[in-house]
Every structure is written in structure tokens, then in C-alpha cells.
Design a protein around this ligand. Structure first.
Ligand code: ME8
Length: 564
């Protein structure tokens, strides 16, 4: 049976669509992970969320990669390579609602529609194009950003990307980008969060304000040179420029331009819902409103395309703009840029098979800030796993061991009983104070998650989570439940259990599989892993095992105890 869900709030988040010309690395995973956590957080709160990702399959770069890999048709090449990205997402539990490929028929139609709208509104014209083009970057550069290649006679390089550029002169269609400078500046000023973080916003705004004129943009290539692309509407002698094509995926993936213009309900994905075990259809009831909630998460290398070109295309077509462009730094490996020639490209699948996908997820989030480049050091990944085992794993194991009666503790203090926690230690102000502080931390945890996830401040968030875990461990150490009378023992065990339970529920978006193991271990049944049960002492938060007096919680092995 197909269930049709109606939600009160819906939003949309996107990764860049990646070039399937090489295997994905941790950088690609990182963009997907930022989106996945955001998306899962919305779902956990009971909101509808669309999360789209995919592959950018047209263009000269793919055409050449396909040839050099011995394929007679680029389609066969991308059909093979895009699977690596799907596989990566599967290994890391990246829970997208649509994986879009730019070779998908609905996307191709959508690109043509965007082109037609820009043309009809007078923003596209045919002209002669001369300039320096980088195939690797799929972009033209001005003379000022071109230098002679010191290593190869007769060759030229772009000063920003260090990639080779070649001089070209040909007929192209142009987009009147020059008309959009003021409009872009106004939009960025009117919506201070349109470009995030603020350092990037200021940098881009300043560049725009100090640029005398934006140059019109070439948005097609002759079909003789670019064989692998979408033909321009009404003129097969030209193919659509790969960036005009690629950016459009963000509209295609939630139903396309016409659904946004008509604002009519659109089925955008069909999938199996594990929670209710039925086939689900995701329907966007108001595509236009959803489009205006869209957040694009991208790396700093493609900021220009998303903050200048993309909003200009949309304005030209008479379409509303997305809500936000979130720009993150790049991952380095031991302080050095990853590159094939250096052989230091980190393969996320390797890391997952050795350390576990959720440990890699935690590590990437904990060790990065949007504003800075991240540094991948395998030693730290190893340490992350050790810490999770020794701190969080230990907290759980201590409570669930045979020394204590978890069932009794939980029954006694659940459902408002937790108000008596401090009373159990009336004569020990120090412990009583620690309990009060810890209770506060747990009460505020949800708000902290909400704030930090909204602002993509994951290193701060996980630092905070560590703070709570350490605090709980200190409480157990100082409280010495094993030396206590029953009531005090139960109070400490209850609070430790609650720490694990509440944090595991909140951490589901961050480590989807590990949090399930932790919740299994303390016997929280699946329907009680939602935000409804987030309060300290929530009624019936634990399953029937732990609520039966004197019955020990069933022991299940936690997979991350690999190192033991
Ligand atoms: O640019 N650190 O695709 P792409 C962090 N197809 N993130 C990284 C990274 C690193 N070292 N390397 C790559 C394209 N990324 C176009 C996009 S969108 C309409 C079209 C991530 O395969 C980061 O998000 O080169 C970066 O922006 C993106 O991958 C570039 O992927």
C-alpha cells in the first residue's frame, strides 16, 4: 500500500552534483554528510524534508575522461561511474530523497525550459567568443588570470586553479550577466543569510562591489567541439554549457520549473519507509514555497557559480531564489591538498570498512568548521573511535552491568520521579549540585542541537556532547553508586541511563547506526526514539525489559567495541 503523508513544514537541502570522472573522496562525502545531518534532524522533528544529490554528467571534462578511459560513448562511462557515488551514499547512510543525474530525461526537459524562459525574457543572445578556457574547470578566465606554464613551453595556466587554459574563438550563446550586478548586491544585502558563513558573504559582496562590470557569460559551445551535452533549444549546432545545465538540477530534483511556476502538488520520490515498513511517496504540496526554503551546501571552489551565475539565471527566468548558499572549506590530508598525482586521496570506503561509517561521520563533523579547511589525519580517526568506546561505551556498560538493577532505577524515577533525584542526596550538597547541573544540561540539549545544526557548527555541537558525556562519567565516579544504598544508587544509574538515552536519540542524525546500537543496548524500543521522548524521565521511555523490576537489560554487543 502507498501511504501519502501530509506534513506541516517542508524544506529542501542540496549537495553539489558531482562529476563522475573519478572515484569519490572524503571531500564529496563531507558535503553530503552536512546535508544528511540537516535532513535527518528535520525528519526527527517530524518535519518533511527533501534532500537531493546526484551526478553532473555532461560536458567536455566528462567527454574527454570517457575517451581516455576507452569508452566509445560517454553515457556508458557515466552509467558505470555514477554508481560509485550511489555506493558511497549507501555505505555512509546518506539518506537522500532523490539522486539526480543530469542525463535523466526530466532534468533535460527542465534545462530546456530554463533556457527558453531566459531567451523569452531577452537575456540570451548569440555572439562571438574569444578567450582562455580551462577544460578541467569548465570555465573561461580573463587575460589577467592567465600565465605561461613554467614547466611546459607553449602552454598556459590559470592563476587560481593552476589548470591548463587554451585560447578559443567561436560562436556561442551569451547570457546577459552584466545586467545583474546591482540586483545581486541588493539581494545579498536584503537577505543577510543568503550567503553563509558571514566571512564568505562579505568576501563575495566586496568582490561584486569592487568589480566594475560583470562580463556576459558564454552559455553554449559548438556541437563540433562539445559533443556530449544537451542541444540548445531550436539550434542543434550548439550544446548547453555544462554549468547552465548542472545548476538547473536543483529545480529538476523537486519537480521542475513548471511545478514551481504553477505551485501544484508534485510527486518527487518514491521510497521504502523503514519506520512504517510501507512504500512511501514524497509529495511536494507547495513546490514554490519549498523551493524558497532550499539550502545549497557547496565547497568554496564553486561559490561563484552558486552566488553569481545561479541567482542571475533564476532572476532572468522570473523564478524565486533559494534561501541560502552554505559554503564550506576543503579537506586536506595531513595538511596537503589531496591529489591523484600525490597519491594522498583519502578513500572514504576504505576508512568505513576499517573504522566504521559512523565513526568517520563523527570524525568529519567534529574536526571541521565551515570557515576553515579540514585536515584529515588517520591517527585522529583512530582516537575518535577509542574515545567513543571508552567514554560513551563505558558509561552504558557501567549502568547495564549485573551490579545494578536498571529496571528498578528506571521505574522509580521515570515520569516526574526525576524531580526526586536531588532529594536522594539531601545531605551531600556537592553531589546534589552536580545532579542539578547535569539535569540542566540534559534539559537544554535539544535546543543546543537545534541551534548548532541550523548554523552548521558541528565541531561546537560535538564538543558540547562530549561535555555532557564527561559530566555523566564524573557523576558516576564521584557518586560511586556501587557503595550506595538503593535509592541513591538508583538515582545515579537512572541519570546515566538518561544521558545515554537522550544523547542517542539526538545523535541519530549524526551517527544513524551507532545510535541505534546504543538505544538497543539500553532497551529503548524503536517507536520511542523520536523527539517526543526527549525529556528527562519521559514516561515509558524504556521498553518492557527494563521496566520490569529486577530484570536486567538484555545485553547486546555494540559493534564499535571492535577494538576490545
Ligand atoms: O564542481 N574538501 O563537481 P566536483 C571538501 N559538478 N569538499 C570537497 C573537496 C575537498 N577536498 N573536493 C570536492 C563540481 N569537494 C560540479 C558541481 S553543482 C551544480 C556542480 C566537494 O565533483 C565540494 O562540495 O568537482 C565541492 O564544491 C564539490 O565536491 C566539487 O565536486
Amino acid at each position: 500500500s502507498v501511504i501519502h503523508r501530509l506534513y506541516s513544514k517542508a524544506s529542501h537541502i542540496t549537495t553539489p552534483i558531482f562529476y563522475p570522472n573519478a572515484k569519490p573522496h572524503i571531500g564529496h562525502l563531507y558535503s553530503s554528510l552536512l546535508c544528511d545531518v540537516h535532513h535527518r534532524w528535520q525528519l526527527l522533528k517530524g518535519n518533511q524534508s527533501f534532500f537531493t544529490t546526484g551526478t553532473d554528467e555532461h560536458g567536455l571534462k566528462i567527454q574527454l575522461a570517457s575517451e581516455s578511459n576507452g569508452f566509445d560513448q560517454p553515457k556508458k562511462f557515466v552509467d558505470k561511474l555514477y554508481m560509485d557515488f550511489v555506493h558511497l551514499d549507501k555505505i555512509f547512510d546518506i539518506n537522500y530523497t532523490r539522486f539526480i543525474r543530469t542525463t535523466d530525461p526530466d532534468h533535460i526537459e527542465n534545462v530546456k525550459e530554463l533556457w527558453q524562459l531566459c531567451l523569452k525574457n531577452g537575456f540570451i543572445y548569440k555572439g562571438e567568443h574569444k578567450g582562455w578556457y580551462s577544460i578541467s574547470d569548465e570555465t573561461f578566465y580573463p587575460e589577467s588570470k592567465v600565465v605561461k606554464d613554467p614547466k611546459h613551453d607553449g602552454k598556459y595556466l590559470n592563476t587560481e586553479s593552476n589548470n591548463e587554459v587554451i585560447y578559443q574563438s567561436e560562436t556561442n550563446y551569451f547570457f546577459k550577466l552584466s545586467l545583474f550586478k546591482e540586483k545581486l548586491i541588493n539581494h545579498i544585502k536584503k537577505y543577510p543569510n543568503f550567503i553563509f558563513p558571514v566571512t564568505k558573504r562579505e568576501q563575495i559582496l566586496q568582490e561584486l562591489e569592487t568589480t566594475e562590470n560583470l562580463l556576459d557569460l558564454s552559455i553554449s559551445r559548438p556541437s563540433t567541439r562539445l559533443k556530449w551535452g544537451i542541444p540548445t533549444p531550436n539550434d542543434p549546432s550548439q550544446k548547453v554549457y555544462v554549468w547552465f545545465d548542472a545548476l538547473c538540477n536543483y529545480l529538476s530534483s523537486i519537480g521542475g520549473i513548471s511545478s514551481i511556476l504553477n505551485n501544484t502538488a508534485e510527486v518527487v520520490s518514491e521510497h521504502h519507509d523503514t519506520e512504517s515498513n510501507v512504500e512511501m511517496q514524497s509529495t511536494i504540496a507547495h513546490p514554490k514555497e519549498v523551493w524558497q526554503t532550499t539550502t545549497h551546501v557547496i565547497g568554496k571552489d564553486i561559490a561563484k557559480f552558486h552566488t553569481i551565475y545561479w541567482p542571475s539565471f533564476l532572476l532572468a527566468a522570473g523564478l524565486p531564489l533559494p534561501k541560502q548558499v552554505v559554503i564550506h572549506g576543503h579537506w586536506l590530508c595531513n595538511g596537503v591538498k589531496m591529489s591523484k598525482s600525490l597519491g594522498n586521496v583519502v578513500d572514504p570506503i576504505d576508512m568505513a570498512s576499517y573504522y566504521g561509517a559512523d565513526i568517520v561521520r563523527w570524525f568529519l563533523l567534529e574536526n571541521s568548521k565551515l570557515e576553515e579547511d579540514g585536515d584529515f589525519q588517520e591517527q585522529r580517526l583512530f582516537e575518535t573511535r577509542e574515545l567513543l568506546v571508552s567514554k560513551w561505551g563505558n558509561l552504558v556498560n557501567r549502568c547495564c552491568g549485573s551490579k545494578f538493577d536498571v529496571g528498578r532505577a528506571v521505574t522509580k524515577f521515570s515520569n516526574k520521579g526525576h524531580l526526586q533525584l536531588q532529594e536522594a542526596f539531601q545531605n551531600e550538597p556537592e553531589i546534589s549540585q552536580q545532579i542539578e547541573n547535569h539535569t540542566k544540561l540534559l534539559d537544554q540539549a535539544k535546543e543546543v542541537f537545534e541551534e548548532k545544526i541550523t548554523l552548521f557548527q558541528y565541531s561546537q555541537l560535538l564538543k558540547h556532547v562530549w561535555g555532557i558525556i564527561n559530566d555523566a562519567n564524573t557523576l558516576v565516579q564521584n557518586g560511586k553508586p556501587w557503595e550506595r544504598e538503593v535509592n541513591q544508587q538508583d538515582a545515579i544509574i537512572f541519570l546515566s541511563m538518561e544521558t545515554s538515552r537522550i544523547l542517542s536519540i539526538l545523535c541519530q542524525p549524526i551517527m544513524p547506526a551507532l545510535s541505534q546500537s546504543l538505544l538497543d543496548r539500553i532497551d529503548v524500543s524503536e517507536e520511542r526514539r523520536t523527539i517526543t521522548f526527549i525529556e528527562l524521565g519521559s514516561d515509558e521511555a524504556y521498553g518492557k525489559h527494563s521496566n520490569k523490576r529486577g530484570r536486567e537489560v538484555p545485553l547486546k554487543r555494540i559493534p564499535y567495541r571492535l577494538s576490545e
